[in-house]
Each structure stands twice: as structure tokens, then as C-alpha cells.
Design a protein around this ligand. Sequence first.
Ligand SMILES: *Cc1c(COP(=O)(O)O)cnc(C)c1O
Length: 354
Amino acid sequence: MWRHAELLPIDVPDGIATAAGDTPLIRSRRLDEVAGCRVYVKDEGENPTGSYKDRGSAVAVPQAIQQGTDVVGTVSYGNMALSTAAHAASLGCECVVLVPADISPGRLELIAQYGPTILRVEGDYSKLYDEALQLTRDLPISFLLSDAPGRISGYKTALFEIYDSLYPEIPDAIALPASSGGFASGVWRGILDLQHAGVIDSPPRLYLIQTAASDPITRAYTADQDEVSALAPDAVGETIAHSIGNPDPPSGTRALTAVGETGGAVCSVTDDEIRDATRQFAQRGGFCVEPASATPLAGVRHLTRRGEIDEDETVVLLPTGTGFKELGTGTASIQTETVSRTALSSRLESLLSS
Ligand SMILES: *Cc1c(COP(=O)(O)O)cnc(C)c1O
């Protein structure tokens, strides 16, 4: 991602930050039929800690250190926590991760491998966002949350790379999941930079996909509102897409504006659609993506059916994180058969002839 250092607010840092970004863009013809258009996949799961969050941490963590911080922190028990802790570790900076008291052992193990101080915080976890901002003002610690300016500028490099890789072709649309709206804000920032530099005339349409279990940005879009309002607790459900579903997204309104300015749309998908899209990504694309990251495929399928995207249009799907961290939960139903060594050859013969 540091090919674009001149458009970033800091010089090239040391350590794992140099491995962030530069993810592959893959033409995935076998997904065209599912999506209903020409599909490219920008696989953000190939970042050092397995998600696009590394683009943001690669800028925000060294920037905070340059500004004099000795300790960085974050409020997350998912990809943001892993990424912040890894980037801090690689620069020898202390890191404090605030997690909910009832965090699962598996999540804890993933975060703990990078050696941050992990504090389980009791009470309403969703209120911690504002409290962490206040703690940053009061104490010598920098909480780097989803909309930290350094993170947003790191995220825009995903957009630059899409244009680099596709050149001389250009994308008609880009589809990504949205939760806090941070990644969407970064991608839009990248579009504005390219327009400002005269590299592109018209922007690609931004399509943001949410989980139907918690979709404040979709609701604002559908109701034709200019601002995203927080969902009431009784309007929020459970979802397998655990990396998304923020009921009060800090960058929601900015993400909604990006959609309006680029002529895109916001839509929501159900857990069943997410499960199916995860399977299609793997079985037609060869991609292992986490449920939140399968939403762009599920969403684009809706949008092509609705006629918002044409079948000859080029659409870049942004699966935001790897599914490798998800596996081993034993919930999948898998068909297998056991075969003896002596019967193997004849079993294969009958399979191959059927
Ligand atoms: C954080 C995250 C998202 C949501 O991104 P926002 O910037 O919060 O909108 C989507 N997918 C994955 C895998 C994530 O880790």
C-alpha cells in the first residue's frame, strides 16, 4: 500500500505495516452467474491479520507513535483488535484492548497471541466507543477507533489498488460490507483523491451491504433520509456476520453520503443469503471468506435482479476478511464417506464413471 505513500499522512513505517495492503484482484468468472454481472474479487483477507483493518492500523498506529503516544488502544473483540495489537507489537508499542466481559475463549486466544493488555469491561459494551474517546483526552493513551482519521486514510489505498490492477479497464461499481462505515468512508476518500488528481472523471457506484439483523444505513437509505440514526435495541437481531451490524455507526452518515454522491445504493441481506454467498465464494471462487465478507456477493445478486446493475458491468466485490479464523466451530454439515484402502481404487473407478 506504500506505493501510494505520497497520498498518505505519514512516511513509510517499519514492521508489519509494510506488509499491509497490496492484496490481489482476481477475475472470478465462475461467480458471474451468481452475481449477475462481471465479477472481480479484491481479497482483503490476504492482509497480515486477515482483514482490511490492517490498512488502517498501518497508518494510525505509527502515526499515533509519531505524535508522542506510548500506548495505543482499541475497543473491539474482532478484526480491529487483532490488527491494532499486531501493528503495535511490531513497533514495540504498548496496546490495550477493551473487550466485553463475556468474550468467547476462541476470540480471546486470537487477540492474546499478539500480547496486548486485554481488559474485560463489564456493562453496556456499545457505550464504550464514546467513553474511549474521553479516555484518550484524559489519559496518555490513544484509542484508535473505527473512524480514526489515520485509519480512514489507510483504507483509501484499497481503492487506488483496484484502479491500478484493473487499468486500462475501470470498475462500474464497487460493493463492500458496511458496519461503522469506516471502510466505506476510506474508499470514498480514495475516489475523491483520484477525481481531484484528474485520474478519473466519474466515480464508480458504491454499493454498501449490511446484515438485515442490524441495518441502520439501509433504513436511512430506503427512507430517503440524509442522516443515519441509531437503531433502538429492539430493532437489532442476532447474525452470523459478527464483524458487522453496528446499530449506531459513527461514520454512517458519511457512508450514506458517499452512496448518494456516487449513484450507488445500500441494501441488506439475511443470514441464509450470507451462508449461501459464503459457500459460493468458496465453491465457485476458491475464496475462504468470513460471513460479513460474503455480504457483497449476496447484495450484488439483489441489485442485479433489481436492475440497478447490468449484466455487462464490471463490479469489484470486496470481501473484507478471511474465513480461516472462523473454521473449527463444528457447525458445518459436511458429507463424507469412509473407504477402506483395498476398496479405494474400485470406489474411485465407480465415482469417475458416474
Ligand atoms: C470491520 C469489518 C467490517 C465493517 O467495516 P466498517 O469499516 O466498520 O464499516 C466488515 N468486514 C470485516 C471482515 C470487518 O472486520
